[in-house]
Design a protein around this ligand. Structure first.
Ligand SMILES: [Zn+2]
Length: 1012
């Protein structure tokens, strides 16, 4: 029979004739055949199948083999023996190489025929061993796919137990050798199909034998993290990713990122290769895994890897956006990479040059998916341009290309950026490590206490929250680097853009500490503020003078500063009549904080009036004498005037006992005796007391020129010019002469959100009379400490005239906690207020533009002694948590209610400095018209500032990484009892022990220990 068949297939008969004869041979299989014949037929058909010259011969071989194997099982079992199979797999067949896929196909077919025979078990156990050996030889994709097909049909051939783990690992490694040589699409598809078959087999094994999964993944990681330059694993490994159960992600990433044995170079390599997988056309969840690993690395603060990988791969990921099949995954990864890379514009600027052409391609793409994709993409670009503003020349073309696309709101951008930063990645993946010190939910940055420097920190945060001042500082074009203003500018830039939760303002502190302030000891923050403003003012004047006196390049020669761009006019007249000083000649400090005050003294005998004008940058408000515990001490004047040089008459050191107030028609000043019975003192009360006429009598008598003798006189202070920012200092520190100590007045003072300051117009002044200076013993001091060196002007006014109430909204409060100014703790509250959004009632009631205070009690303007009218905002009209609490390193949200009630809850914590923002009246002010001192938005960061911020951000990441690694090493050897504090509490600590001011201090192992 076999001879006939062999002769037949080799003959020249036509195919139909051959088929007819083959049919007869197949039918003959049912009949009795001798063992020898049977074996001869099996041999022949095997030869036809494996070595057949054409498809017909191979087909005939299968047909006949199948027929005879079915009817003569015992003979077939004998033929398809263990030795035969081993021979095929180990030696091949005739001229056929053992690695030829046809051999696996043949065995696969024979297994089907053998399946119900007892000997199949023996064959299975042979194959269990053999497939492992074959896989270890790194078969080509074609053979491996055949093998996978056979093992999928006959799972009994899959190695078991330990061998199963080994088999999976070897299979993974084999996939890593699957290099695609295809150039035609058909070949490419075939290649992908083969890879898919193999990865499907692995998936099935993982499902059936879950213990094989983790070793397989370890093998994947071992392969992709290899730094051997001679071997580049195939991206076909990407086909495995979709088969890894997603619930494994946390476990896998955690064990990877916290494994001390994984070197940085290996992790970098692995991450890069995973990012390459994004190019695999059928890969699912590659983006998910890549992002999980990126986040995991951020959580353990391995920032060096993240920086390296991002810069290395960002352009490749970007280039994948051109291909619809892998576009979505690539965009997800690109977004994460760009949004999380917040310390420097470097990564974004790598892709900027390719952006416009991508947008144009997407726009012309026409696919519905392109449109949705373009939308996502432009949102990302908007976020990045927002994060790194200040490169208009780079972004111009992009803005043009996306101008008709919707732009996300600023709130949304901020939210997205906030959530994406490496420093905000949750550390839940790396439990046992302390929580990362990222920015607080407020997005604001604290200031680290450098050792009793909370007086500075609270003032700096307050100045930072003075929005218009901050914007002006940031928009100054300063040439030098050594001026104090430059240092403030840098500090503001860092506070606005740093990734740090808290910044150590060391350089600013060193430059700004008054020489008489002992390092390391507590100081008076009010004194510091006044000193600071004075320094800025004098510095600007000096620089301006240098520029004007010297040649054109004097500024460059001076080398230590520049001048604000808005201070460019004419001649230098350092000392000049202030009334002739134009607005543009003012320094920034004068523009923002400067007001003018007049002191009028009327002789009570001849009624002649002497008046002098002085500039001020803050008003020091004394407590009324009856409002304090007495001991021969007046409300803080005695001490503070010497110490602080209160501008309202620094010379009143000796007027204490004789001070007497005429509360002329001012019912808001409570009678001295009934202090206990009336509601607590309010800020307007104190301003009224400040502005109330004062009788100079007894040893304070006034020397009247006209009378040529000492006379009783009445002294009155009036505000002539209202500053943009009104700084009010409550003179809480009273000098107790008997004990030679300064005592603190702990009285609670009610703080209204809105106040009106009576401002007298300049009009109708009488002719000036020559007059001796008032007996101000401290005039020199006052002169020295007031912000400008301008001459004091003395005038005589015949009649007071118009009083205009100027509205102010509270924007910051500096609190002092403790019993004396040399001890205790400062912290501050602040909120964003600009010059036209503090007056809530106005916004809602536009019907009467002529009178903004229409809905509120109108103050009795024009009266000789103007009290302040209060303008409380309606309760509940403000969002509850629109205030920030700055307590050194720590910044939290809080509410105005909390600010108001702090003293009643913490009796030692009292408001000390208040800053109010002048509110523009709509009938007189156009947008931005407040003396030209309002900027509508945050100015773009100047290049040098951006570079400085970037540099510091990098430093921060390095610090974090170093400390995280140190902690990880320690954690490996110690048990982890550590738990960071639950830092949500927005109550300020009443004192500042080591654990107080540190602000979530626990995890921060560097400077916070210095906090007092
Ligand atoms: Zn007189």
């Amino acid at each position: 029979m076999d001879k006939i068949l062999e002769a037949l297939v080799g003959s020249t008969h036509s195919v139909p004739v051959k088929r007819a004869i083959v049919k007869k041979v197949v039918e003959a299989a049912e009949k009795e055949v001798t063992v020898e014949q049977c074996q001869a037929l099996y041999s022949l058909t095997t030869r036809l199948i494996l070595l057949g010259e054409d498809a017909f011969q191979r087909q005939v071989g299968f047909q006949v083999l199948e027929a005879y194997a079915r009817y003569h099982r015992a003979e077939f079992e004998r033929f398809f023996s263990r030795e035969f199979v081993l021979g095929l797999l180990q030696q091949g067949y005739g001229t056929l190489d053992r690695k030829d896929p046809a051999i696996v196909d043949y065995i696969h077919s024979c297994l089907r025929l053998l399946i119900s025979c007892p000997s199949v078990l023996e064959i299975f156990s042979v194959l269990q061993v053999e497939v492992l050996r074959v896989v270890c030889e790194r078969p080509e994709p074609a053979l491996c796919a055949r093998l996978a097909g056979m093992l999928s049909d006959f799972v009994q051939c899959i190695p078991r137990d330990k061998a199963a783990v080994l088999f999976c690992q070897q299979l993974v490694r084999t996939i890593a050798y699957f290099h695609c040589t295809a150039s035609q699409e058909r070949e490419l598809r075939e290649y992908v199909t083969q890879v898919t078959k193999v990865s499907t087999l692995l998936q099935n094994i993982w499902k059936a034998e879950p213990t094989t999964l983790l070793p397989s993944l370890q093998e994947v990681f071992a392969i992709i993290s290899s730094t051997d330059p001679s071997f580049d694993p195939s991206i076909a490994l990407a086909s495995l990713v979709q088969h890894i159960p997603l619930q494994m992600i946390t476990l896998v990433i955690k064990s990877l990122t916290t494994d001390q044995n994984v070197k940085d170079a290996s992790m970098t390599q692995a991450l890069c290769r995973m990012i390459d997988w994004l190019s695999w056309p059928l890969a699912h969840y590659v983006d998910t895994w890549v992002i999980a690993l990126l986040k995991g690395l951020a959580a353990v603060q391995k920032f060096t890897i993240l920086i390296d990988v991002t810069l290395l791969k960002i352009e490749l990921v970007f280039s994948r956006l051109w291909y619809p099949i892998v576009r979505q995954g690539a965009l997800t990864v690109l977004s994460h990479m760009l949004l999380s890379f917040q310390h420097s514009p470097e990564a974004f600027h790598l892709v900027v040059p390719h952006t416009v052409s991508l947008i144009q391609m997407l726009k012309s793409g026409g696919l519905p998916s392109s449109k949705a994709f373009l939308h996502q993409f432009t949102e990302l670009i908007h976020c990045m341009m927002y994060q790194y503003s200040g490169f208009p020349e780079l972004y111009e073309n992009i803005l043009e290309a996306i101008k008709d696309m919707p732009k996300p709101s600023e709130e949304k951008i901020k939210l997205v950026l906030n959530q994406s930063a490496w420093t905000s990645q949750s550390n839940s993946l790396a439990s046992g490590l302390p929580r990362l010190m990222g920015k607080s939910e407020t997005g604001k940055t604290g200031l680290i206490n450098l050792g009793n420097t909370c007086y500075m920190n609270s003032i700096l945060q307050t100045l930072f929250m003075a929005t218009d001042f901050r914007r002006h500082v940031l928009s100054l074009h300063l040439s030098g680097t050594h001026t104090l203003m430059k240092k403030l500018q840098l500090l503001f830039a860092i506070l606005a853009h740093t990734q740090r939760a808290a910044y150590a303002p060391r350089s600013f502190f060193d430059a700004s500490r008054p020489p008489w302030f002992t390092a390391g000891s507590q100081q008076d923050c009010s004194e510091y503020l006044r000193y600071l403003l004075d320094r800025f003012h004098e510095e600007e004047k000096t620089i301006r003078a240098l520029m004007l006196t010297g040649p054109k390049h004097a500024n460059a020669d001076a080398g230590n500063g520049g001048t604000p761009s808005n201070c460019t006019d004419g001649r230098q007249h350092e000392v000049e009549d202030p009334s002739e000083t134009g607005e543009e000649r003012k320094t920034l400090i004068e523009k923002m904080f400067g007001g003018r005050l007049s002191t009028g003294i009327r002789c009570l005998r001849c009624h002649s009036v002497s008046e002098k004008e002085e500039p001020f940058t803050d008003l020091s408000l004394a407590f009324q004498p009856a409002a304090q515990t007495r001991g021969g001490v007046d409300g803080g004047r005695a001490s503070t005037s010497a110490h602080q040089g209160a501008v309202n008459g620094g010379g009143e050191t000796s007027d204490i006992p004789g001070r007497e107030r005429q509360a002329a028609g001012d019912s808001s000043v409570p009678p001295a005796d009934s202090q206990q019975a009336v509601p607590p003192l309010s800020v307007p009360d104190m301003v009224n007391y400040f502005l109330a006429p004062e009788i100079l009598d007894e040893e304070n008598k006034y020397y009247c020129e006209r009378c040529s003798s000492l006379q009783r006189a009445e002294k009155t202070l009036r505000v002539l010019e209202a500053p943009e920012y009104l700084v009010l200092t409550l003179l809480r520190f009273a000098y107790d002469a008997s004990c030679h100590v300064r005592r603190k007045i702990l009285d609670n003072v009610a703080i209204p959100l809105l106040v009106q300051l009576p401002v007298h117009s300049h009009a109708s002044r009488g002719p000036s009379l020559p007059q001796a200076p008032s007996p101000d013993g401290g005039e020199n001091l006052a002169k020295k400490l007031k912000p400008s060196g301008e001459d004091v002007e003395e005038r005589e006014t015949e009649e007071r005239t118009q009083v205009e109430p100027v509205p102010y909204a509270l924007c910051a409060v500096v609190m002092h906690s403790g019993m004396s100014s040399e001890s205790g703790h400062y912290y501050s509250y602040g909120r964003n207020v600009s010059s036209n959004d503090g007056l809530c009632p106005q916004k809602d009631e536009p019907q009467d533009p002529a009178n903004p205070s229409d809905s509120n009690p109108v103050l009795p303007s024009g009266s000789s002694c103007s009290p302040l009218a209060l303008q409380e905002a309606p309760q509940g009209s403000l969002p509850p948590r629109d205030w920030f609490l700055f307590n050194d390193s720590r910044v939290t949200f809080t509410s105005f209610q909390s600010v108001q009630s702090i003293t009643s809850r913490f009796p030692k914590d009292t408001a000390y400095i208040l800053i109010y923002r002048k509110q523009s009246l709509r009938h007189s002010q156009g947008p931005g018209a407040t003396n030209g001192v309002r900027l509508s938005s945050e100015p773009p960061l100047q290049k040098d500032l951006m570079e400085a911020v970037t540099k510091d951000n990098k430093l921060f990441l390095q610090e974090q990484e170093l400390s995280a690694r140190t902690r990880a090493l320690q954690a490996a050897s110690a048990s982890c009892s550590f738990r960071p504090n639950g830092s949500d509490d927005n109550e300020p600590p009443g004192s500042c022990g080591p654990s107080g001011g540190g602000g979530g201090g626990g995890g921060f192992n560097t400077v916070s220990r210095l906090v007092f």
